[in-house]
Design a protein around this ligand. Sequence first.
Ligand code: ATP
Length: 246
Amino acid sequence: MSDAVDTKPSKRRETAFVGQSLKKTYITGETQVHALRGVDLEIKAGEILVLLGPSGSGKSTLLNIIGGLDRPTSGQLWYRDTELTALNEAELTRFRRASIGFIFQFYNLIPSLTAEENVRLVIDIADDPMPAKDALELVGLADRRHHFPAQLSGGEQQRVAVARAIAKRPGVLLCDEPTGALDSATGVRVLETLAQANRELGTTLILITHNAGIAAMADRVFNFLDGQIASIQTNDVRISASEMVW
Ligand SMILES: Nc1ncnc2c1ncn2[C@@H]1O[C@H](COP(=O)(O)OP(=O)(O)OP(=O)(O)O)[C@@H](O)[C@H]1O
């Protein structure tokens, strides 16, 4: 029987996203940029996936499409049973709010609000959020919750951004260069926090980086080249963020 063969937990995971022939063309005046040139993909629920590749190869474009911030020019994309490419704007916004947490290179915290108030902003529009204090506790910042962003280090601010993203318990965390502005020790701390969210909340983690060292913490790595996934690497052993060097 076939199910006697396939027993590894990683193989039994449900599918989170399926993309077929995803293309994105930006047209600016006379110029056309083919940012995605027909991408097929499958992303498993609960996996850590790293998107690696040179500048301009299409990583952010794909991340934005997966997160419902943008739409492909053609092709189809599903999240579980929902075809995202068939949704109207209001439906896509609902999907984004319910299912996606975003973390960017620059933390985008509101300077006049405390850490806890920054996290609370997201909770106010979520269906089943965790208390802001719990989210800050998960990232190791419960005791700094009344501090303003300017009173926190870069790494602490990024961990507040992680707390804000996980507080609404999204199925998926999308991270675009989350450690790009941090030194390596601080970056490792932030990556540990992201891996913890993946482990403890089962969150699918999709992470763009220019740093090939970070790929070792992933289950799989999509190597981008010129608007396509040129190759996929599967790591049988995932190393923890604290073991990483860069
Ligand atoms: N809004 C836009 N209008 C026009 N061209 C765009 C737009 N956004 C991205 N592009 C172009 O699409 C291509 C892919 O860009 P994308 O940002 O996805 O690459 P990337 O792999 O994420 O690069 P980086 O690592 O530098 O962030 C690039 O050539 C970029 O200039």
